[in-house]
Design a protein around this ligand. Sequence first.
Ligand code: SF4
Length: 624
Amino acid sequence: MAGYWGKILHADLSGNSLADIPLDRDMCRDYIGGAGVAARLLLDRLDPERDPLDPQSPLFIMTGPLTGSRIIGAATRFTVAGVSPLTGIWGESSCGGSFGVQLKRNGWDGILITGRAPAPVYIELIEGRAAIRDAADLWGMDTVQVTDTLKARIKESEGKAASVLCAGPAGENLVKFACLMNGPHNAAGRCGFGAVLGSKNIKALAAWGGSKPAFADPDALNALRDELKEKIESNIAVSSMGAFGTAGGMDLGSMSGDVPIKNWTQGLWDEGIDKINGPTLADTILTRTAACFGCTVGCKRVVSVPDGPYAMEQGPGPEYEAAAEFGSMILVDNLAAISKINETCNRLGMDTISCGGTVAWLVEAMECGDITPEQTNGIKMAWGDADAVLQILDLMARRQGIGDILARGSRAAAAQLGVGAEYTVTVKGMEAPMHDPRAFWGMGLNYATGNRGACHVNTAGMYHEHGFCFFPKIGLDDEAPPHQTGGKAFLTAQTQDLGQLWNSMCLCHFPAIPWEEADYVNVLNHATGFGYDLDALMQAGRRTWYIKRGINNLLGVSREHDTLPPRLLAPLDDGATAGLEIDLRTMLDEWYALRGIDAQGRPGSEQLHELGLGDLAEKLHAQV
Ligand code: SF4
């Protein structure tokens, strides 16, 4: 099957067994790959009563049909998916690096992991041979240590430069926003899948493969790759990411009100933004840039801080999300400190977004007297204090003292401590990423209705609202005024469906900014030979969106969960969005009508049948 091997590996840790599961051709065509195929496979195995950290909870690590190709941004990307321990609903997390291509070159499209090993293990995949190996000596290591150790071990035993995907101490300790790391820069960050790996007693996976997947029309695929490369190189937004990283546009973002400041309460912080943005990083601590396998954009930063309290050897520089979470959100204007915090999160294996949101909540809770230093092991949190953050991170990852409560995320921490619920900023339990929806109201609707909670990467809407890309063939040819209610429901529904394609193709969003609709159709047809047209592709995106919504309905999601936290519904006093209030109710009503969502928040039965989701319709509508 062109673009796919037609099988995934099932590792059952409880049974210590490894076996192939075939992938059906029609399913690959209908769900494409990555998060789409994972959602389809999850629905077939979903037990709504099962805890996400139960050994039998399935965890998927999936590649896409372009993994292993030369398509920029899709050559290696992969998705980790399952039920999120942070939110209890559908979870997915996309990751770059090099693990995806090495996994696929083993001859599998992905891995399904179930069960729990009796003692710590890692899974080794070398040239199509899978093995479950003892990881007793790796347990407790940070993500850099385990990566270096496993790479050296496999180099010595197999002579191969394996790629390692691993959990840190946070994953071992079941921190609900623990991530997986592939190298120092690349995180499958969101949704807490590091904890799922830890719950299965798996420290890491290591892969090296030499089998290149076959594509339907490799010459056409390569020619299209070169065309797309030219589009990417001539696109200012993408080029800027190569030059200044993803924090390169922080000044512009701040001017439009997109950058959250002081736990979402402040609209202006110009003096601080200037000190932590991408150009300042390039002028101060940047040593070189880095890229995922096969990517010519190279948005990753490598930094070093030679001395001082935040000294760090050459390591990962903060991406935009981390720069905002540990910079503007808590008023830290020191790039060296932010880099140290970011590197610490990566080493401990914690998602910088949920961790940062939880830290900002804690700072505010202490600043306003809801929490005292007596409750935080004597650590005094304050706006602008990076040292206190570094201390609290370690407690979180090791679940010591207050860290044990914070390790559940801000929503659960506020509930457990009985304070500060009004200044948590989560949707469906997921801390919001660093794009303030008061600046772009479609993002507000998208957060409210996101299938994994507050999420900016389940959609192409952000780039359209920001004016970076237009999709005339799906009705999005005009600029979308940011502070407008009308039209946002259509924009959101269309770009959510398109966003499903990105995450099913395992395509990095940044190089995709200059892609036109025909590029999606052509690239997938050259890879798979499925003969899609644009309608069929958009329907695949829509089908994937609905199956995730249906999974969430089965897990308890209803209309009441489609909302924004009170803080985001209140206007700011200053900055670009001062006084502006999102009319979420109107946008939601239009979106429900467009999506065909009933009063209980479920997709209608007829609509599901039309999308080939009759089994989901029966499960959902038999519930009444
Ligand atoms: S743009 Fe950045 S994140 Fe995306 S593939 Fe390239 S290096 Fe990786």
